[in-house]
Design a protein around this ligand. Structure first.
Ligand SMILES: CC(C)(COP(=O)(O)OP(=O)(O)OC[C@H]1O[C@@H](n2cnc3c(N)ncnc32)[C@H](O)[C@@H]1OP(=O)(O)O)[C@@H](O)C(=O)NCCC(=O)NCCS
Length: 182
């Protein structure tokens, strides 16, 4: 999917949200790895990512050409500060109107409204793509993310006590959340 929007952040700076394209591959990989170094709330560790720049370029090109999936990049000037995406859960008739949402923001830029802007852009894209429901899983102690999702209308529908196994803290409970779009 294609997307391009500019907003003003809480501190007056301008944030551009747009779909990634092949040329963004190197910076997109950098922010992906940085985000996974900065928090223990994401699905994987930086050393588990073996994607090359070429593979990332192909991934971004595929998403840009997709009718119902997107990889969104958040830029302040030419610095990439966040990443978000929506992905189809499956193509079978019974589940094809469900999608998942994932995002992270460079910790140096937390609290400026970037996470909210990325969430809203994903919700907008999910509606345009025709999904009926957007879903996510979030570490139950990740209050910052949960407060954001709740304030954007997501509701909890369950818990998985053994969702992630952290190298640092052991089992992490996941809160399952969903947002109806129609
Ligand atoms: C969760 C995350 C995306 C939020 O990004 P952000 O840019 O800091 O978010 P925003 O500035 O838009 O703030 C959004 C909301 O978060 C909540 N929030 C912010 N700081 C908070 C804090 N210290 N405690 C609780 N809630 C907080 C508020 O509801 C805030 O909205 P408000 O400022 O309008 O009241 C970011 O912290 C992040 O990348 N975390 C690590 C990765 C992650 O957890 N991703 C989500 C995986 S499911």
């Amino acid at each position: 999917m294609k997307y391009d929007k500019t907003i003003r952040l809480k501190d007056g700076r301008t944030l551009r949200l747009r779909n990634g394209v092949e040329q963004d591959a190197r910076t997109a990989l950098e922010i992906f790895i940085l985000g996974h170094e900065q928090t223990d709330y994401l699905l994987s560790y930086p050393d588990e990512n073996d994607m090359t720049v070429d593979e990332e370029a192909q991934f971004l090109a595929k998403k840009a050409a997709s009718a119902d999936e997107i990889e969104l990049l958040a830029y302040i000037g030419d610095r990439i500060v966040g990443l978000a995406g929506i992905e189809k859960i499956g193509t079978f008739d019974k589940i094809r109107r469900r999608a998942t949402l994932g995002l992270h923001v460079d910790q140096n830029f937390w609290g400026l409204g970037i996470g909210r802007a990325l969430t809203r852009a994903c919700v907008e894209c999910a509606r345009i793509a025709g999904y009926a429901q957007l879903e996510l899983e979030v570490v139950a102690e990740n209050q910052r993310a949960i407060a954001l999702y709740q304030s954007e209308g997501f509701v909890e529908y369950g818990r998985n006590p053994r969702g992630f196994y952290s190298r640092l803290t052991g089992w992490q409970e996941l809160t399952l959340m969903r947002l109806e779009l129609d």
